[in-house]
Design a binder for this molecule. Sequence first.
Ligand SMILES: [Zn+2]
Length: 73
Amino acid sequence: MEADVATHSRDDLKCQCGHTGVLRTSENDQPYSASWVSHKLEGFLGEVSNWQLDQVKCPECKQVGKVEYVKRP
Ligand SMILES: [Zn+2]
């Protein structure tokens, strides 16, 4: 049985118009294999690569690149 080597994290996203969503990320943290990061958007459209949000489209206001990470306290 293989161990789950991926690290899962979630980041809250928010558009300038107020629409919110979630970015789920799976990250391979095994030291001796090629590293990879897999992103999955919830609530927004488009693609995320290397944590860049500039290609993310908001389904509410139809704008691209207005989405930011919600900073946590
Ligand atoms: Zn929006």
